[in-house]
Ligand binder design. Structure first.
Ligand code: ABU
Length: 379
């Protein structure tokens, strides 16, 4: 089985990453191959009749989309390696398998994209998220060979898995989607702010990509995939951190990394279309952080790639190589120009073909090692 780790560098592994901007030394990059259009389940609706996947159907994502995405992922790997970053890739896995627990049976899994959804690296710890979709319950398995290898070769690494959820029918609000679609935008936002969405608070549920790391401070977005008990679990788990629950005015919140993205100490990029909780803004301003309103994306909802379930705001889904160097999607000209003017050295890479697999440059990667230690940026 290929894990992407060669024996000669195994002893150099050091899991260590406290924020999104310190110099990147080692990173995991996902793969598109094997990804499925998920079979129906309570948490999500997939309905692509023009692509041969009407509501209720499922199956392998078409080869041409997979090949295009894997080409862009492989290209990202080459660029990162040229910059001296070690890159690890997850193992092949059969995501077409039917999976089950004592409570349910699910006709397909999803894929090994995006790894950021599943794994949170906080300091020396790799935390496997609960996930909140049945098709993603077993997804950690494709990262396990890498995690085990890190664990064997790093004497200080901590490895945790959040409590495996049951994801029984009680974890989901019945008929949520039908009811939600009938609400006005303002009614939707009331529910978003209260986190009264598809997930109940039957058990802790969260995706790792709803956690944003700013050293001692962790910001956890309550969303369609992260509930209040999930936040409580994260808060109680990371005892040395200040852990904040946050919401943004986004009708379909899912993952914080296209909404509120740290660029370096004292500077955060914010999707202006998704107003933040005023308390969050006060916290940043009180600590002299600059909140930069991200430039408009190159795409609209109508011009997104086929079968993408992400928003155009993947334009700000960035990967920092260090405090001055940021990898950005190459067609996001306005975003690139804005970062350039702010003094960043921007590395443009083509990446929109990866969107049908669940994300952009930040989603598709998990930083395993960055230089630096835990610091307090909100003293
Ligand atoms: N997984 C990140 C997607 C976020 C967004 O579409 O806005």
């Amino acid at each position: 089985m290929k894990t992407g780790i060669i024996d000669s560098d195994a002893e150099k592994i050091k899991v260590n990453s406290w924020n999104e901007w310190d110099p990147l030394r080692r990173v995991m990059v996902g793969r598109a191959k094997g990804t499925m259009v998920q079979a129906p389940e309570p948490a999500i609706i997939r309905d692509w009749p023009n692509e041969g996947f009407p509501k209720g159907s499922y199956g392998l994502v078409p080869d041409e989309l997979v090949d295009a995405a894997d080409e862009q992922l492989d290209n990202l790997v080459k660029i990162l390696e040229k910059k001296g970053v070690k890159v690890d890739r997850p193992s092949d896995f059969d995501f077409a398998q039917e999976v089950s627990t004592p409570d349910w049976n699910q006709k397909s899994m999803f894929g090994c994209m995006p790894p950021r959804d599943v794994l949170a690296v906080v300091g020396n710890e790799i935390l496997e998220a609960t996930m909140s979709q049945r098709s993603r319950w077993h997804e950690y398995l494709c990262y396990r060979p890498l995690i085990i290898n890190y664990f064997k070769n790093d004497s200080k690494m901590k490895w945790e898995a959040a409590p495996k959820p049951r994801l029984s029918d009680e974890s989901f609000n019945k008929n949520f989607w039908e009811k939600y679609e009938k609400l006005s935008n303002e009614e939707k936002l009331i529910k978003v702010r209260e986190n009264d969405l598809i997930l109940t608070d039957e058990e802790p549920l969260f995706d790792a990509a709803d956690i944003s790391r700013f050293g001692k401070d962790l910001f956890v977005q309550l969303s369609l995939v992260t509930n209040k008990l999930g936040y409580k679990w994260i808060k109680n788990h990371f005892k040395d951190h200040r852990v904040h629950a946050v919401t943004f005015d986004n009708y379909y919140p899912q993952h914080i990394d296209a909404t509120f993205v740290p660029l370096k100490p004292g500077m955060v990029l914010h999707c202006g279309e998704r107003t933040a909780d005023p308390e969050l803004i006060r916290y940043f301003e009180k600590n002299d952080w600059q909140i930069i309103k991200a430039e408009k994306p190159s795409k609209t909802y109508k011009t997104l790639p086929r079968m993408s379930f992400c928003s155009p705001w993947l334009s700000m889904n960035l990967l920092s190589i260090d405090q001055n160097t940021i990898v950005v999607e190459e067609s996001e000209k306005m975003q690139i120009e804005q970062l350039d003017k702010l003094g960043f050295n921007v590395v443009p890479v083509p990446f929109w073909d990866v969107a049908p697999f669940g994300g952009g440059l930040h989603c598709a990667t998990v930083d395993i090692e960055r230089e630096g230690e835990m610091e307090d940026y909100f003293p």
